[in-house]
Design a protein. Structure first.
Length: 245
């Protein structure tokens, strides 16, 4: 009888031993999940903080500062920027800014039909790329941009997105933000920009290293005129209402 009872206990000891074994696949999965949740929560908190706090210098700014030995950059609040500048930027880069949630599907379809030769990035996407990511074409960056952009749209106001964009955009080599650009090109503060000056600044945004707002080429001048007309149009038809007081 004693021998039979001892035999019955052996499987129990084996079972107990299996319970103490480490399962590598499960361990990796659990810790990957935990790290993923931690990173997600951290990113959410950082984005939420930047809805009211000034973001730090961007990765690209730091790169340019290292390459050039310094950059011209001063943050300025939205209230100290002429309204014509905000309208000019939106008219130039994302006329449907107030109508979308971060992605302009119509512009994306047009870009696809044009064979990828036309840009479709919204101001929201460009802001996310500049503040949180890096420049360059890669699927990993585009994937992160696609994830972060809707979060920014949910947490930040439209005015905040425009404010941040105008403060981090590059307007000339080593010149970042509308404050530095206004003095660099015209010798005035952003609050004193005229409609013409604002449209010229917006006209250099697609290629700031090769375009000048103070010595505009004929192409830049034509684009500036179009932007000025567009800025007046979005004000008139209400497409600037989401970011104007």
């Amino acid at each position: 009888m004693a021998t039979k009872r001892a035999a019955r206990k052996k499987p129990a000891r084996a079972k107990s031993k299996r319970k103490g074994q480490i399962r590598p696949v499960r361990w990796i999965f659990v810790w990957t999940l935990r790290i993923g949740i931690l990173l997600t929560v951290t990113a959410f908190l950082v984005i939420a903080a930047h809805s009211v706090m000034t973001p730090p210098k961007t990765h690209y700014m730091r790169q340019e500062a290292k390459r050039l030995g310094g950059i011209d950059y001063v943050w300025v609040p939205y209230e100290e920027i002429s309204p014509v500048m905000a309208r000019a930027v939106v008219a130039a880069e994302d006329a449907n800014f107030c109508a979308h949630w971060g992605f302009d599907m119509a512009a994306i379809r047009d870009a696809i039909e044009a064979g990828g030769t036309r840009g479709a990035s919204t101001i929201s996407q460009q802001t996310v790329k500049n503040v949180y990511l890096w420049h360059g074409r890669s699927w990993s960056r585009k994937a992160l941009e696609a994830v972060i952009t809707p979060v920014v749209e949910i947490i930040w106001s439209k005015q905040r997105i425009v404010e941040v964009y105008m403060n981090i955009a590059e307007f000339d080599e080593g010149v970042f933000g509308v404050e530095a650009a206004s003095y660099h090109y015209f010798g005035v503060g952003p609050a004193d920009l005229t409609a013409r000056q604002a449209s010229l600044l917006a006209a250099v945004l697609p290629n700031p290293k090769k375009r000048s707002a103070s010595r505009p080429s004929s192409g830049v001048q034509k684009r500036a005129v179009s932007i000025r007309d567009g800025a007046a149009t979005i004000r008139r038809d209400g497409r600037s209402s989401c970011f104007e007081d």
